[in-house]
Design a protein around this ligand. Structure first.
Ligand code: BG6
Length: 493
């Protein structure tokens, strides 16, 4: 069933719109979720014509091999408006075009405003949407916002207040594109649809949890943004803390956005707020130096475009979160993320406790039996999708030597290739008014509180950067962090 709506994309000429939004809208069009009754207004400063804009949109969908007729039919729904977000008159033009398209495509006054541009403009745009009466009375008015949502708790709070003057919380869809990923959504299913896991999902049986988001890419052409953000704000404040909350939350009473949100927020509230001393003991930062990866020599971060020669920005973070509640007390949640690491890989390792006594350990044997392997459940988020479980089995032959066995399931390339892209799912959710896979303000606020403490402590000292070679899994300190607790990173590519 098609849900009629007008999409207004602020930042319509930008990289995100071209790489993610237009291809995702096309996939929805192909599947019939968008059909006759939709229109897209792209706005940005550049003076493009509708025809030029449509050509660009068509270029962005070439990888789907559309026929000319199909590409034309899709692109004919796109309109371009040159727009200066600070100029009130431009909003009047936007209102007129919106009303016209509403009638032309019978959109029932349903509007989605997508802010795919620099966050300093969010407040102005939202205020003008209201003051220039662009918001409609009959249909829905939903705001989709890209990260970063603020740069610390105070700025996020201020931004939130500005937005909330115009949009109620249930109409604000804060994007965290990880929440649209297939295997992130699978976390809830693995946990709540499998009794073997959920009954063991606590500090009696789980030893530690490890979350790795590694990237082989460097900072690319985003030096300007990244210098201000660093890995902590770029990845930990949003994606990683969202994953921690999904892994650690209690079973929601129903699978509704409100019930899930309630449980996620409780986890974020229970994450220990570290003192400066605790930050130093539990979090490490890194910055990549020159190095080799797949035969290429890479520049150190400090020589990347738009990066200061003496930059103190971290391109790597590893840390340990502690969740002070009944279920998780004492279980470290280790996280690490960085640029220019060994390979692109997002995975979660749930490491179970050892059996209390290893009855297969025979003291009188000549060849000492190795320690039993800990059971590990791994959830592969990307690039491959699936899960594996390490169990101990008996080695074939005389005696009772044990041998770890890996049960491994991966979606086939065909399935992965055809599974909806994160942005496609999230756009459809926003169209359907389903906020489950978006970040609620309470989640954002708690995440900033946690991250601000780390940032503030770090800002007191100049780090000794660079401290890891490009193409490695980060500085030595990230390994020491675990070995201090007699743990080690399960994933060591
Ligand atoms: C973004 C970050 O949110 O996520 C980028 O700003 C990062 O720095 C990206 O590269 C990673 O996303 P994905 O989907 O490629 O794993």
């Amino acid at each position: 069933m098609e849900q009629p709506a007008l999409f207004t994309i602020f930042g319509g000429t930008g990289d995100l719109a071209k790489r993610k939004l237009y291809p995702s809208l096309f996939r929805l069009f192909r599947k019939g979720n968008l059909n006759e009754h939709f229109a897209v207004i792209g706005t940005a400063r550049r003076p493009w014509s509708d025809d030029y804009y449509r050509d660009i949109v068509k270029e962005t969908i070439q990888s789907f091999d559309p026929t000319d007729a199909e590409a034309d039919a899709f692109a004919s729904h796109f309109y371009y408006l040159s727009h200066n977000v600070n100029d009130t008159n431009h909003y009047d033009e936007l209102r007129e075009l919106s009303v016209k398209l509403d009638e032309q495509y019978q959109l029932q006054e349903n509007r989605i405003y997508y802010l795919a541009m620099a966050p300093q403009f969010f407040g102005t745009i939202v205020q003008h949407l209201s003051s220039q009466k662009i918001l409609t009375e009959q249909g829905f008015n939903r705001l989709v916002i890209e990260k970063p949502f603020g740069f610390d708790y105070d700025s996020a709070n201020q931004l939130n207040q500005e937005i909330r003057k115009v949009f109620p919380e249930q109409n604000i869809f804060r994007i965290d594109h990880y929440l649209g990923k297939e295997m992130i959504q699978n976390i809830a299913v693995i946990r709540f649809a499998n009794n073997i896991f959920e009954s063991l999902w606590n500090n009696r049986y789980i030893d530690n949890v490890q979350i790795t988001f590694s990237e082989a890419l460097g900072v690319e052409e985003r030096g300007g943004y990244y210098e201000e953000s660093g890995a902590l704000k770029d990845m930990v404040q949003n994606h990683i803390l969202q994953v921690v909350s999904l892994l650690a939350m209690e079973v929601p009473t129903s699978f509704s956005d409100q019930a899930i949100r309630l449980e996620k927020v409780k986890v974020l509230e229970a994450i220990r707020r570290y003192s400066p001393e605790e930050v130093k003991n539990n979090f490490v930062r890194g910055q990549y130096d020159t190095g080799k990866l797949d035969g290429h020599d890479f520049l150190p971060y400090r020589q990347e475009e738009n990066v200061a020669e003496d930059s103190s920005t971290e391109t790597f973070v590893a840390g340990k979160f502690l969740i002070d509640n009944f279920r998780w007390s004492g279980v470290p949640f280790y996280v690490r993320t960085g640029k220019r690491m060994t390979e692109k890989g997002t995975r979660i390792n749930i490491v179970f406790k050892q059996v209390p006594v290893n009855v297969f350990h025979f003291d009188n044997e000549e060849s000492a039996q190795p320690e039993l392997q800990q059971n590990v459940l791994t959830i592969y988020i990307q690039p491959t999708e699936g899960f594996s479980l390490i169990l101990n089995g008996k080695e074939i032959g005389q005696g009772f030597e044990t041998d770890p066995v890996k049960l491994d399931f991966r979606h086939s390339c065909e399935v992965t290739g055809n599974s909806p892209e994160a942005y496609e799912k999230l756009l459809l959710d926003a169209l359907n008014g389903d906020g489950t896979n978006f970040s609620h303000w309470d989640e954002v606020a708690n995440s900033w509180e946690i991250v601000d403490r780390i940032r503030q402590t770090w800002d007191q000292e100049t780090p000794d950067f660079p401290n890891y070679t490009a193409g490695t899994m980060g500085p030595q300190a990230a390994f020491d962090l675990l070995s201090e607790n007699e743990h080690y990173w399960i994933w060591q590519p």
